[in-house]
Write a protein that binds this ligand. Structure first.
Ligand SMILES: Cc1cc2nc3c(=O)[nH]c(=O)nc-3n(C[C@H](O)[C@H](O)[C@H](O)COP(=O)(O)OP(=O)(O)OC[C@H]3O[C@@H](n4cnc5c(N)ncnc54)[C@H](O)[C@@H]3O)c2cc1C
Length: 386
């Protein structure tokens, strides 16, 4: 960069997968990027998600091309950044199954085994109707926190990204509606030619965004288990229809073995108030207990006798009113962009969102994905008196 063509200064706010992917692609395209995170990178949903990726599960809906492009960027990033070693990238098989909990399941010491040939041998609980819903061509996984941190480190080390820990309080806008700066709690001002707001569910608490559209947080729980016989666990993600012993509606927990030998289980979501500080979010004990019960019902390797509990946690999905992410320039503010509302597919769709936003900021147009469906302008006129 020379004096006639100064580097574009871009502040990316929010160190989840959406902010980090955007910062990575911006820095790679030559921007001078400052990433601002109020707590720690990938401290929220982006560190506690399953990390499941699917090529075609969003087909037929508004996310179809975003998801397909993103699945393929994940594949090339995994080659470029040694994803298999650095963040547990691997293709895997996905199965759907029906599991009915019995009153007597308590210790996870089952011996009966399952004779269905689709089921891996470690799924030795009462599983029925297994069906393959994803193959190693169409489904894969990453460890979401390691993925986000690997991308960040690459951007810091190779493309000069600067990470600042601080809470963004405001975006400074000059006369003429052009973004000029980001203002942090405590008064620090970071001058910027463009700003990207990637605040996940906290977008709903940021006035500049909440005056245009709503983002709500859906709390979801997860546990991470360390099975003693890790070698017995094969790369099969399980999507359950789970019937609890006491009756009631079936639940839909998910089980993701990881290449480290750990097994991640998630589910149990509910609308709850989003705390300001991501570090204070913890799991509700009853929901965590249900996930443990799911584990020991599905497999003797995942019960108390077969596995150690490594983590019990919760986090918030960022959800929009029309269930479609918001990606694009904020109407009426030149140079201010947003990326949020990715709900249950933010790890999958982070790379395409980041690459498209980087093109929009640097070139004025996103070529990699058509962003028109995601524009925040679709909400104009819908929100009043906020
Ligand atoms: C249980 C569970 C399982 C999931 N599994 C999958 C999966 O398998 N596959 C998949 O694709 N997706 C999955 N998801 C969804 C995925 O985790 C989210 O869509 C994604 O992480 C959202 O990323 P984000 O960057 O928008 O938000 P977040 O990860 O919430 O990041 C937002 C960041 O912004 C920071 N921030 C907020 N306000 C400010 C401020 N004022 N100043 C500075 N920083 C601020 C926060 O501290 C936080 O770090 C799952 C989600 C959950 C809850």
């Amino acid at each position: 960069m020379d004096q006639e063509h100064p580097q574009k200064r871009v502040a990316v706010c929010g160190g989840g997968v959406i902010g980090v992917c955007t910062a990575y692609f911006l820095a790679k395209k030559g921007a001078s990027v400052t990433l601002i995170e109020k707590s720690s990178v990938a401290c929220a949903a982006s560190g506690k998600a399953g990390g499941f990726l699917a090529l075609d599960w969003c087909d037929g809906g508004p996310l179809s091309s975003l998801a397909r492009v993103s699945f393929n960027i994940h594949r090339s990033l995994a080659e470029e950044l040694n994803g298999p070693e650095n963040y547990g990238y691997r293709p895997l098989t996905a199965l759907s199954l029906t599991v009915t909990e019995s009153q007597t399941v308590s210790s996870g010491s089952k011996t009966s085994g399952n004779s269905n040939s689709l089921l891996p041998s470690w799924v030795d609980g009462p599983a029925k109707r297994p069906r393959t819903i994803g193959s190693t061509e169409t489904t894969a996984q990453v460890h979401p926190q390691l993925f986000t941190k690997t991308l960040l480190n690459k951007a810091v080390n190779d493309y000069g990204l600067e990470l600042v820990i601080g809470k963004v309080e405001n975006v400074g806008v000059g006369e003429g509606g052009q973004v000029e700066s980001v203002v942090l709690q405590g008064g620090r001002v970071i001058e910027s030619d463009a700003v990207v707001l990637a605040l996940g569910p906290w977008s709903g608490k940021f006035e500049m965004l909440s005056s245009i559209f709503r983002v709500s947080g859906l709390k979801a729980h997860s546990i991470v288990l360390e099975p003693r016989e890790a070698d017995a666990i094969t790369p099969h993600a399980l999507f359950l229809s789970y019937y609890p012993a006491q009756g009631g509606k079936p639940m839909d927990p998910e089980v993701y073995p990881r290449p480290t030998g750990e097994v991640y289980l998630c589910g149990m979501s509910s609308e709850q108030e989003l705390p300001d500080d991501p570090e204070t979010i913890s799991g509700d004990p009853a929901s965590i207990q249900v996930l443990k019960r799911v584990g020991r019902t599905v497999s003797s390797h995942l019960g108390e006798a077969g596995a150690r509990v490594k983590a019990e946690q919760a986090c918030f999905l960022p959800c929009t009113d029309d269930s479609v992410p918001v990606i694009g320039e904020i109407p009426g503010i030149n140079g201010c962009y947003v990326g949020t509302g990715h709900s249950c597919w933010g790890i999958l769709n982070g790379p395409a969102t980041g690459a498209a936003l980087a093109e929009l900021v640097m070139d004025g147009r996103a070529g990699i994905v058509d962003l028109s469906r995601f524009s925040p302008a679709r909400f104009l006129g819908r929100r009043k008196n906020l």
